[in-house]
Design a protein around this ligand. Structure first.
Ligand SMILES: C[S@@+](CC[C@H](N)C(=O)[O-])C[C@H]1O[C@@H](n2cnc3c(N)ncnc32)[C@H](O)[C@@H]1O
Length: 217
């Protein structure tokens, strides 16, 4: 298996993270055993970060000791892979849906570096007291005001040298507009406060999604 970034491995056309919770699965992912280690296949059809990597994203600002704020953790699919990579760090996983939170709690129970937070990313003051300054704000909430949510959370929690990642779903912002026009509008907004370091369309894994790697100005 070839290491393509810290904590991320590739074999053939599949990518993997080394599991920090052996003998458990989060979303029925395939497990590959190499000696005593278990590697979890990271499915690009289930995770937008995996899709972005498959589409060529190589600058991935997640290290073994990174502190990450993950907004829109859902049932923990992507967040669990992020926690595999940042195994000596922490992943604060914010999710608004109580139903998804129930699944997420099981995922976090097996991973000491994942902290579940039932909260609304529109109101970062709700979870401010639980957080510390972070190296990365990751956001995948599929909401109309995604750019604003990202900015508010970055202003409050992101370290000066930190990064942001955002998966933008065109149809959540405007169902009628052409996705390329929606992305152009989102970029205009993002560029007021961020430098766009990389961006990847996620087809064929996700339709009408763009994934951005950003740094605050
Ligand atoms: C596309 S799903 C996220 C998938 C997840 N990032 C993954 O890859 O495993 C979007 C999630 O964002 C959550 N969400 C939507 N609005 C939110 C908000 N304002 N604050 C926190 N979570 C929110 C939804 O409940 C949903 O679970």
């Amino acid at each position: 298996m070839k290491r393509i970034s810290e904590g991320i491995y590739r074999e053939g056309n599949k990518i993997y993270t080394k599991s920090i919770a052996p003998k458990t699965k989060v979303y029925d992912e395939r497990i590959k055993k190499i000696k005593k280690d278990e590697f979890r296949e990271w499915d690009p059809r289930r995770s937008k970060l995996s899709a972005a990597i498959m589409k060529g994203l190589r600058r991935i600002p997640i290290k073994s000791d990174s502190i990450i704020l993950y907004l829109g953790a859902a049932n923990g699919t992507t967040a669990s892979h992020v926690a595999d990579i940042a195994y000596k760090g922490r992943v604060y996983a914010v999710e608004i849906s109580p139903r998804a939170m129930m699944d997420l709690m099981f995922v976090c129970e097996k991973r000491k570096n994942m902290i579940p937070i039932l909260g609304n990313a529109n109101h970062p003051e709700e979870y401010e007291s639980l957080l510390e300054p972070v190296d990365l704000v990751y956001q995948d909430v599929a909401q109309k005001n995604q750019a604003e949510i990202l900015l508010e959370n970055c202003k409050k929690f992101l370290k000066r040298e930190g990064y942001a990642m955002i998966a933008v779903k065109a149809r959540s912002i405007d169902v009628a507009e052409k996705p390329s026009k929606v992305f152009a509008r989102v970029e205009e907004k993002l560029k007021k406060n961020f430098n766009i370091i990389d961006k990847r369309r996620l087809e064929p894994y996700e339709k009408d999604h763009m994934f951005y790697l950003l740094k605050m100005k």
